[in-house]
Each structure stands twice: as C-alpha cells, then as structure tokens.
Write a protein that binds this ligand. Sequence first.
Ligand code: NAD
Length: 235
Amino acid sequence: MHNGKTAVITGSSTGIGKSIAREFSKRGAHAVINYVGNPDAANDVVNELNRNGSFAIAIEADVSNQSEVTHMIRKAVETFGKIDVLVNNAGIEKSTPFLDKPLKDWTREIEVDLTGPFICAQAAAREMVERNIKGVIINISSVHEDIAFPGYAAYCAAKGGLRMLCRDLALELAPYGIRVLNVGPGAIATPINKKTLEDPEKRKKLEKEIPMRRIGNPEEVAKLVSFLASEAASY
Ligand code: NAD
C-alpha cells in the first residue's frame, strides 16, 4: 500500500506515533522516527522496524524549532530522496485550572501542538512542491478540537487552531495535489494519559463518557491514518 513511500512521523518514539510508524513500515514505507530527548526509545523503534525488513531512521528535532525541523526534513530527503507523507503527531498537554495557568505553559503547548504542525507542514510541503510529489499531510488533532475540556484551555485552543490550519492548508495545497487531513481521536491509551488511565476511578468515569464505553488503542488510530495516506483515499 505504501511501497517506496517515505513517511515522516513526528513524536513517533512512543504512543500513537509509534503505532503509525509500525503501520506505515508494515505496508512498505520508509519511516522517519522523529523524537525529542529520548534517543533510546527512538532507536528501539528504528531497530524493530529495520528487523522487520523496512528502512527506518531516527532524527531528533523539536517540532517547534524551525531550524531543527528544516534539518530533519533535509536529512529525510537526503536519505530517502523525497517525502510522501508527513504525520504531525507530536503533542503535549498539561492540566491546570485556567485561573492558575502560567503563561509559559500556555505558550509551550501552543508552540508544540499548533506552531509545530505549521513549521513541519511548511517544510514538508515545500519539499513536496519542489519535487512534484502528490503528498499527504495528516495532523493528529483530538476530539478537543471541538469539545471543551476544563483544565486544558491551551490544549483545546491549540487543537481548535489545528483544525482551522488543516482546513486552510487543504485548500492552499490542493492545487499541488497535496492532501491535508486531521484525525481527531478520543481517549487512546498512551503515555500521555497513563496517570489518568491507571487511576481506576478516573478511568471508569472516562469510559462512562465514551459512547463505545472503552478507551481506544493506538493501533486503531494508526490504521485510519495509513488508510487516509493511501491511494484508497485519493480524493
Ligand atoms: P505520547 O506522549 O506517547 O506522544 C507524544 C509524542 O510527542 C512523544 O513521543 C513526545 O516525546 C513527542 N513530543 C513532545 N514534544 C515534542 C516536540 N517539541 N518535538 C517533537 N516531539 C515531541 O502521547 P500520544 O497520545 O501518543 O500523543 C500523540 C498525539 O495524539 C498528540 O498530538 C496528542 O495530542 C494526540 N491525541 C492523543 C490522545 C490520547 O488520548 N492519547 C487523544 C487525542 C489526541
């Protein structure tokens, strides 16, 4: 399905991003495992994918840092010749009541969750346009691009912004044959919400709010992302 394609997945040493990298790799893509701060986890993913016969590399870059992202995209192109898919998956969240939220926390969440996807999408799209690649950019947003969540004002604002960024880029890049999409998962069991899910009471309360009455798993998001990046979803 993705034979010969190159997929850059941000924040893919853990959680949903790791599952997306596995899914692309299983379907024949070269994968760039982007990470910050934990090279061992990123190298474990790379080794796992390479053992299974694909070609993956790890590149450290903070998605909110334009020069690091430029370097990552350049290295990906040098290694694999082109970029076909960018998945803007890296994200952070921090629960703090609005009245106590320090400005620096607000700024950091907006930088990583909204400015990061802008920087990565621009760098990848420039490469795609230059090489006439009809690529795909998929942002991992959240149900909280629509649904308010007390304590998470910055996260909700960033994901809401990501929704409009996606809509704008979809129109601006369509003439180049580049598709831009958002995937907005509900609660998925990953390191980001480990604390909540390990607390039986909090988990039960959360499950009660979910129509399917269960937490999703990262593979369920990865399969959708892989489909959306494929020819099967070409229009
Ligand atoms: P996670 O914490 O396992 O994954 C986030 C990854 O992003 C981590 O590997 C982290 O190191 C990386 N990261 C953080 N800041 C970065 C930066 N500045 N530059 C590069 N990488 C950075 O959690 P996850 O649940 O797998 O989250 C992946 C995405 O899914 C996030 O965007 C998150 O908002 C979104 N999401 C998660 C859920 C959920 O319930 N788990 C629901 C909806 C949306």
